[in-house]
Design a protein around this ligand. Structure first.
Ligand code: BES
Ligand code: MN
Ligand code: ZN
Length: 496
């Protein structure tokens, strides 16, 4: 989609803002004056109240050059932030994407806590994110199912400042789309080797990419990661993507992602219903991949290394059994009591490798780790755990700013005890249905070295959304969750 910044736009459709109570803002008022009050009349007739996302759709009003006017609510102006503007733009784009219209004009207004330039840039961001589709495998789309919208014009005074911001944001959008594509791809197409190949492509934008094969992983002692992979005919990969945009010798921040390209549960087989969703069990790896793409495209002045552990969890003839005890690269042993608690097993070796090899200044892992986090937080917040107050706060505020909220959950020695076992250094489940997400986090923590600032993000509820979730900025399935948050975190905290 082509995004242009102009002072006065022209096209098929125009969208303006209205606030709680049903009041048009400046751009809408000007349009209403040109239409001799017909827009306000239509809003009144439709009982439009201006709530966030509420729309009055006016066709062919007299006196204006547009065939269609969308008045879209943003709720209370005082409470509005940049994300409010993005969602406003997202509603407009989703409404007309396949409508036959080719050009949409957005007329954002400045808001009490959003400057004009910010409003313009957020409108562009919202329009881009809402225009995403994953149609790769749909060969028989009917004309009315195909996107017709090719251009969005952001019409405003002083468009240049907004354009400058939006150009930087375009890199982040590319990162989000990369993550969405990866989560959306079917598991016969995206498996450890093909995922690794897609990461290899990041070399063309200046990343260093290193791909480890099973022989190397075995030599390094990654028995937990390889134990998960051994039930599949698809060999595991561990990929490190480096972006060296910071000063030479300064320690990188490490991002580690769970990349289970399909999670059947292994011998502890999952029930059949909805198992297809487990193609998205590489959402943590996708978030890391998307972030690396975003920071490389915008040439971030920071050193960042992304490490993703890629496996397929299958119940093959050579699959690991409940009761197996595996060795890890850290030297610690794990009793595998449930082969469906596989994410923590691959993370154990991946986070150790990331610390051992790159000596990062901080480490953040992202994983679709537990169904329990969906029980606790639904699809609205990711669960976040951290041993470092400053890092936890920085992640929370980055998520807040980018519409990717997190909610912090606790860690403590009492929870840690739940994974003790007489048979090995630890077991991979608590064995009773308590605090499932915390137990997962405590397990990963056992592989974090003393003194390492660390955060774990359980994104099982946010990497994709199933069911009746309508998000103006996201498709029905893959969200790309994590890319915006991590990009913002790097910008706020790690960039020189
Ligand atoms: N990939 C799943 C977690 C998951 C569930 C992600 C639903 C997204 C949606 C993970 O590997 C898993 O199976 N976890 C188990 C852990 C249990 C065996 C301790 C779970 O959540 O049931
Ligand atoms: Mn599992
Ligand atoms: Zn899993």
């Amino acid at each position: 989609m082509d995004i242009r910044f102009v002072t006065a736009g022209g096209g098929d459709v125009v969208a303006v803002m209205a606030t709680d109570g049903g009041d048009l803002l400046a751009a809408g008022k000007a349009l209403d004056a040109a239409a001799s009050g017909r827009i306000a009349k239509a809003m009144k007739a439709a009982n439009f109240r201006g709530g966030a996302g509420q729309v009055t759709d006016i066709l062919a009003p007299d006196g204006v050059d547009f065939a269609r006017v969308l008045v879209i609510g943003i709720g209370k102006a005082d409470a509005a932030d940049g994300m409010t503007v993005e969602r406003w733009a997202g509603h407009a784009v989703k409404r007309v994407l396949t409508s036959g219209a080719e050009k949409l004009v957005l007329q954002p207004d400045a808001l009490p806590s959003v400057s004009k330039a910010e409003a313009g840039a957020h409108a562009a961001m919202g329009a881009r994110l809402a225009g995403y589709r994953f149609d790769t495998y749909r060969t028989k789309l009917k004309p009315d199912q195909k996107p017709t919208l090719t251009a969005v014009e952001i019409a405003m005074d002083g468009p240049a400042a907004a354009k400058a911001r939006a150009d930087k944001d375009a890199a982040v959008v590319e990162g989000v789309f990369f993550a969405r594509d990866l989560v959306s791809e079917p598991p016969n197409v995206l498996y450890p080797e093909s995922f690794a190949e897609r990461l290899r492509d990041l070399e063309t934008i200046g990343c260093e990419v290193e791909v480890l094969e099973p022989e190397t992983m075995a030599r390094l002692g990654m028995g937990a990661l390889l134990g998960v992979a051994q039930g599949s005919s698809r060999p595991a990969r561990l990929v490190a993507v480096k972006w060296n945009g910071g000063s030479k010798g300064s320690k990188p921040i490490a991002l580690v992602g769970k990349g289970v390209t399909f999670d059947t549960g292994g011998i502890s087989l999952k029930p059949g219903a909805g198992m297809d969703e487990m193609k998205g069990d590489m959402g943590g790896a996708a978030a890391v991949a998307g972030t690396m793409k975003a920071i490389a495209l915008r040439k971030a002045k920071a050193n960042v290394v992304g490490v993703v552990a890629l496996v397929e969890n299958m119940p093959g003839a050579n699959a690991q059994r409940p009761g197996d005890i595996v060795n890890t690269m850290s030297g610690q042993t794990i009793e595998v009591l449930n082969t469906d608690a596989e994410g923590r097993l691959i993370l154990a070796d991946a986070v150790w490798y990331a610390q051992d090899k790159y000596e990062p200044s901080a480490l953040i892992d992202l994983a679709t780790l537990t169904g329990a986090v969906i029980v606790a937080l639904g699809h609205e917040n990711a669960g976040m755990f951290s041993n470092d107050e400053d890092l936890a706060h920085a992640i929370t505020s980055a998520g807040q700013a980018e519409g990717e909220p997190v909610w912090r959950l606790p860690l403590s020695a009492a929870y840690d005890k739940l994974i003790d076992t007489p048979n090995a250094d630890m077991k991979n489940i608590a064995g009773k249905p308590v605090a499932g997400s915390i137990v997962g986090a405590q397990f990963v923590k056992r592989f974090i070295k003393d003194g390492m600032p660390w955060a774990h993000m359980d994104i099982a509820g946010t990497a994709w959304k199933s069911g009746p979730y309508e998000d103006p900025l996201s498709p029905a399935w893959a969200t790309g969750y994590g890319v915006r948050l991590l990009n913002r975190l790097i910008q706020n905290r790690y960039e020189e």
